[in-house]
Design a binder for this molecule. Structure first.
Ligand code: CP
Length: 337
């Protein structure tokens, strides 16, 4: 059976910890040759700065080759649906794309955001599951409806600062943004913090901004299994109080999915959902982070972004180290630490 990295839900905390330990070693010893002769195709259906740079550079630092493809731009557009007459814009089917790339490269990574039309369809994450079904090499998720590589970078950052993470208070706060964004990083924030036994608080304006039930239920179950708490809050003071780590993200309200005008009528009331110094002062001297990119003074103030407690750049750097560790793991190339 092929080992993929589609979601951290498929991996044990113990195995993820091993990846994080190896990432720590790679941070100190970045240049290795374990993947000489190996290659990865990076399929970007959506824009990227951090993910593309860190994967391309990471593969190079391990002695391998990365090939970036942007289907619909510099590569043929891909059809992901089964049993369709392909009379639209896509020139080839995922079955052929997966088959051909599997014959060339040793791993395939994909970024495929949801279509933002029908959440009941998008929540099935059918583009990456279709690729994994038809590929004969490991597939890596570079962000779909979850962002597991970001999860690893986040947990590496949290562990660096909090050391013991179990029962430490992790607050995932919704923030304002002019557009309804993907829920991926928010879903992932819940998955990884609960998997590692943190006390998790989800802070959002109201019930419209709750995340998909699968991620709420999984976070609740993982917290319970770890003897930790899971709470939902719509109140700044109680949510920020005693927080050890504050993680910010904006996302679109699922009941208005596919209708950005109606969603904007909801969100425009919540511009005060911005992380600022006064809110951070309520915490237990918490660290603050965000996956980036971030609009300053919309999602978080300059004061927060420029503070010593902001570790967003460290989290971004850690993307490089955790992804290298994951590629080595998927290629069965353990590091001699
Ligand atoms: N955080 C993140 O995935 O950044 P990019 O969208 O720039 O890749």
């Amino acid at each position: 059976m092929i080992k993929h990295f589609l979601s951290t839900e498929d991996w044990s905390q113990q195995d993820l910890n091993q990846i994080l330990n190896e990432a720590g070693y790679l941070k100190e010893h970045p240049i290795q040759n374990n993947l000489a002769g190996k290659s990865i195709a990076l399929l970007f259906l959506n824009p990227s700065m951090r993910t593309r740079t860190s994967f391309e550079l990471g593969m190079q630092q391990l002695g391998g080759t990365a090939i970036v493809l942007q289907p619909g731009q510099d590569a043929w557009g891909i059809e992901f649906e089964s049993d369709v007459v392909m009379d639209g814009n896509a020139e080839e089917h995922i079955k052929e794309v997966a088959g051909v790339l599997s014959s060339y490269v040793d791993m395939i990574a994909i970024r495929a955001f949801p279509a933002f039309q029908d959440w009941q369809v998008d929540r099935l994450d059918h583009k990456i599951t279709g690729l994994a079904k038809h590929a004969s090499v490991p597939v890596i998720n570079m962000e779909t409806i979850i962002h597991p590589c970001q999860e690893l970078a986040l947990m590496m950052t949290i562990k660096n600062h909090l050391k013991t993470v179990k029962r430490k208070k992790f607050v995932l706060t919704w923030t304002y943004h002019p557009k309804p964004l993907n829920t991926a990083v928010a879903n992932s924030g819940l998955l990884i913090s609960s998997k590692f036994g943190m006390d998790v608080t989800l802070l959002c304006p109201n019930k419209h901004y709750l995340l998909d039930s699968h991620y709420l239920d999984t976070a609740q179950a993982q917290c319970q299994a770890n003897g930790a708490n899971f709470e939902i809050s719509h109140d700044f003071e109680t949510a920020y109080a005693d927080a050890d780590f504050v993680y910010a993200k904006s996302w679109g309200a699922l009941p208005f999915y596919g209708d950005p005008k109606a969603e904007f009528e909801q969100r425009k009331q919540f511009k005060h959902f911005r992380v600022d110094g006064a809110k951070m002062a309520l915490t237990n001297q918490a660290k603050f982070s965000h996956c980036l990119p971030l609009r300053r003074n919309i999602k978080a103030s300059d004061e927060v972004m420029d503070a010593d407690y902001c570790v967003a750049l460290e989290e971004a750097e850690n993307r490089l180290h955790v992804q290298k560790a994951m590629m080595l793991n998927l290629m069965n190339q353990p590091i001699n630490m």
